[in-house]
Design a protein around this ligand. Structure first.
Ligand SMILES: Cc1cc2nc3c(=O)[nH]c(=O)nc-3n(C[C@H](O)[C@H](O)[C@H](O)COP(=O)(O)O)c2cc1C
Length: 164
């Protein structure tokens, strides 16, 4: 357990997102902080996902994901989507879909829809590269949530090593 290591890494500025996945009529979503833009042309986002998450199977099958940007203060949403997959995980939130069928949260600050164009193993996670095919800014006044604002929600201090 390493609280000080977790505190150090929380100073790397990261947003907090709900990543949606879908295949056919099956959908899921999970809270993620490890999301970033990695190219202008083409427009690419990358995310890092633990392959043991239920969402990973759907992401592999559906070859697509949505990124819903959370607003500062939406800790209840971050907490809900950080729970293991369940029938009511999406039912507790208002969401819609576009052509891709990916879950898009109505309360989000913004969302993006991406098609998977690459994957790379990254330690205990998998880096997934997505080409942005659609996106919408829903609330241009709102401030995005930062990872640090989620405090101990992800239990990261149990996951960091004690030393470098
Ligand atoms: C603030 C926060 C950030 C998180 N970031 C990630 C992340 O970037 N990648 C990841 O794989 N899991 C991340 N998680 C953990 C998942 O949200 C969590 O394990 C979830 O239960 C997975 O859901 P699923 O099994 O339904 O796919 C994060 C959790 C929290 C609370």
């Amino acid at each position: 357990m390493s609280g000080s290591m977790a505190a150090l890494f929380q100073r790397l500025t990261q947003g907090v997102y709900v990543v949606g996945v879908a295949h056919g009529e099956r959908r899921n979503a999970f809270t993620a902080a490890w999301v970033m833009q990695v190219s202008f042309d083409p427009l690419l986002l990358a995310l890092s996902i633990n392959p043991h998450h239920s969402s990973y199977g759907l992401l592999k099958e559906g070859r697509a994901f949505s990124v819903n940007v959370l607003k500062k203060g939406q800790l209840d949403l971050a907490d809900n989507y950080a729970r293991p997959a369940s029938a009511d995980k999406l039912a507790l939130t208002e969401w819609t879909t576009d052509r891709s069928g990916l879950p898009l949260l109505r309360e989000a600050l913004a969302w993006f829809e991406c098609q998977v164009v690459g994957e790379h193993p990254a330690g205990d996670h998998v880096l997934v590269l997505g080409k942005v095919i659609n996106g919408k800014l829903l609330d241009c006044e709102a401030e995005p949530m930062t990872y640090r604002q989620t405090g101990a929600m992800d239990g990261a201090s149990e996951l960091f090593p004690e030393v470098f």
